[in-house]
Write a protein that binds this ligand. Structure first.
Ligand code: IVH
Length: 675
């Protein structure tokens, strides 16, 4: 067959693969009934990725391979909405809903009216523009008239189709709500906590913030979701409920009558029972809603009712009451985390809220305390909104006894509540920190507790209470001192019988087998979570190479940006940290990745400098090859250098230095032959 024929075949295969993958993506994320396994999906995706790599001329920015996000963008373009994005007027009780229904009925002069009820998703509005079935733009609401083009981020959301199924109109605008499901939001926060980062306050703000990120790869890692709620173009149906159903056929995630997420009624009873149902049931949804939206279903009636300047007359929202209780603020205590960050916690008189007893509420930071102007013994309003941890939203000023009590206001402490060091707050940071990382007990125990955790060194027989006990008894001061513990140190401690001591010591002993990537994670370096540790271990293979890596070398690793690189460089620039690593190495912890098959120690003990541009192998692979065979890559020439592998354009000063020190220079071919 001709070359052209071959190319045609390849292009057709690419098109077919994309079609299949879009379809399976829809079945998996929107219909939630996949018909192929994840593995089968991955095989198709890999085939497509490979073909697109080999034949870039058939590239498509809307290919299913493009979901992981692309290179960062500089700012977002402003776009004027075709139809302004209005808001809804709110109602808060059945009378207000009935008043609105009466107004609608009056406006339509006795016609039969069908109302359609949906959930009010608590996220951020998005306008999605399609042409010929292909996503052109995703635009935020902005001020309602002009929004921002956040297409690069929108494309990472799996429940938003990139290419519509057959039958969709040539031009289409769909509106919907992007939100962060609880499970993924909680997972993100747990990960942030583990990495020593500040946790996000609630899913809505995090979804909004994510959508405005410059780097869509980060957005892709946050599993945002999207539910459509409006079809803006005429599509040959006469009602909203029919349009919503159609949108589902084209590939959008839509509410279904079978889940009672959308329902119709001709009277107030039906509307109110939908509201009452979801007021209770909302706590069982996997995402946050803050009410119900009620719309007139028929498009021609919507048109006749028209709009006011801010909102349509044909729709209204019913806002659920956020559960709120009044209770007494007993006192504010301050927790010190392993990174030294101070978190204020409100201790409350126990009170029932949303089915649980609440004793504590988060206060986030000093600004929050100042904003609420909290005083000791204040009566405070506590809410459980989209947040998981309840928060104080207001103070009952009437309940504050006496006149203005200047000394009663709660002042954020100047000193660490645990070790009395003066707290610091860096510019632009919301949190205060205790700088005494070496002497502050909760920071010491916090680091050790992180080190022994299940995902870290997984030391059996040692729990956080015992760690605190050991730190308080002065038996351990950092993670390395765990490896010096002896039976005689432990037996005198409370709750330490011989068997538990043995179990603990065995747990410590076996932890020396834990693989390098987990050792790296266990060190608790800021922003180095499990995934980052794995990536670093894979690229740098061992601790020495990682410790001597430059900022550029670190940033060259997939998903490692400047923030992580700087954190690593900072950590390794501190002598006590490098000393700690040396001590851990001395105790036998794994400081190198176990070599895969084919690894050798042919270059063991050799220190090799790589310089210049190479013909048959790229620099990074060459360095990896050296390390893979047990050699050490060094960046500068010294007496200790075993030899230099030189490519083209090796600098003259390096050449001179090598000659001066008598270090031999070999070509890349000579090196490869040698291996
Ligand atoms: S219909 C004229 N339906 O609520 C606006 N909006 O205050 C018509 N929202 O910005 C919007 N769930 O982002 C509609 N089922 C739903 C909704 C919904 C959430 C948001 C939307 C809008 C805001 C209106």
């Amino acid at each position: 067959m001709s070359q052209k024929g071959d190319l045609n075949k390849i292009e057709n295969r690419i098109i077919e693969l994309r079609k299949q993958l879009h379809h399976h993506n829809h079945l998996y994320y929107n219909v939630v009934e996949p018909v192929i396994s994840d593995k089968e999906f991955d095989i198709l995706l890999k085939e497509l990725e490979e073909l697109e790599r080999q034949y870039p001329q058939f590239g498509d920015p809307l290919s299913p391979t493009q979901r992981p996000g692309g290179d960062p963008v500089d700012g977002f373009e402003k776009v004027v909405h075709v139809h302004p994005m209005l808001s809804l007027s709110n109602t808060y009780n059945s009378e207000e809903v009935e008043d609105w229904m009466n107004r609608v009925e009056k406006g339509l002069e006795g016609e039969e009216i069908v109302y359609v009820m949906e959930l009010k998703y608590d996220g951020v509005a998005i306008s999605l523009l399609y042409e010929n079935g292909r996503l052109q733009k995703g635009i935020t609401r902005g001020d309602g008239v002009t929004g921002e083009d956040v297409t690069s981020n929108v494309k990472t959301i799996r429940t938003i189709p990139l290419v519509l199924k057959e039958g969709a109109p040539e031009k289409l605008e769909i509106r919907g709500e992007i939100f962060y499901p609880f499970e993924d939001f909680n997972r993100l926060n747990a990960q942030r906590e583990e990495n020593g980062e500040q946790v996000f306050a609630n899913p809505r703000n995090t979804a909004a913030g994510s959508l405005k990120m410059q780097d869509s790869r980060i957005v892709a890692s946050r599993k945002l979701d999207c539910m459509m709620y409006s079809v803006m173009d005429s599509i040959g149906v006469d009602s909203h409920s029919k349009a919503v159903e159609k949108a589902g056929d084209w590939g959008f995630k839509n509410p279904k009558p079978t889940d009672n997420m959308i329902s119709t009624s001709k009277d107030a009873n039906g509307v109110m029972s939908f509201i009452e149902f979801w007021d209770k049931e909302r706590h069982n949804l996997p995402f946050a809603i803050d009410g119900v939206v009620i719309k007139v279903d028929k498009y021609d009636q919507q048109e006749r009712l028209g709009l006011t300047s801010k909102s349509p007359r044909w729709a209204i929202s019913y806002k659920f009451e956020t559960e709120r209780v009044l209770t007494k603020l007993e006192k504010v205590t301050y927790q010190v985390g392993r990174t030294g960050a101070i978190t204020p916690v409100a201790n409350l008189s126990p009170v029932q809220l949303g089915g649980t007893t609440v004793r504590r509420a988060s206060l986030h930071n000093a600004d929050q305390i100042a904003k609420l102007d909290l005083h000791n013994d204040d009566m405070v309003y506590v809410e459980k909104g989209g947040e998981i941890i309840p928060k104080i939203v207001d103070v009952d000023l009437n309940a504050r006894k006496g006149s203005v009590d200047m000394f009663g206001s709660i002042k954020f402490p100047y000193e660490c509540p645990e070790c009395s060091s003066t707290l610091v707050r860096e510019e632009g940071e919301a949190a205060h920190y205790c700088p005494n990382s070496e002497g502050c007990p909760p920071q010491i125990s916090g680091r050790i507790i992180h080190f022994i955790g299940r995902k870290s060194m997984n030391i059996d027989g040692l729990g956080s209470e015992t760690v605190v006990q050991l730190v308080e008894a002065g038996l351990i001061t950092d993670v390395s001192s765990l490896y010096e513990l002896r039976e005689a140190d432990l037996l005198p401690l409370e709750r330490m019988a011989e068997r538990s001591v043995q179990k603990l010591l065995n747990g410590i002993k076996y932890s020396t087998e834990v693989p390098f990537e987990r050792v790296l994670f266990s060190l608790g370096i800021r922003f180095v979570g499990e995934t980052v540790a794995k990536k670093l271990a894979k690229s740098f293979r061992n601790m020495n190479t990682l410790m001597s890596a430059s900022k550029e070398e670190l940033e060259a690793v997939d998903e490692i940006g400047e923030r992580i690189a700087i954190s690593l460089l900072d950590f390794f620039s501190i002598e006590k940290n490098t000393n700690l690593i040396r001590r851990l190495e001395g105790f036998g912890l794994q400081m190198a990745k176990e070599e895969e098959d084919g690894a050798t120690d042919k270059l063991a003990g050799l220190s090799i400098v790589v310089s210049g541009v190479f013909q048959t192998i790229d620099r990074t692979s060459l360095k990896k090859l050296i390390e893979f065979n047990g050699g050490k890559v060094s960046s500068s020439i010294s007496k200790k250098t075993s030899f230099i592998v030189a490519g083209d354009k090796m600098g003259p000063s390096k050449k001179e230095k090598a000659e001066k020190l008598g270090v031999s220079i070999i070509t890349e071919q000579e090196f490869l032959d040698k291996l």
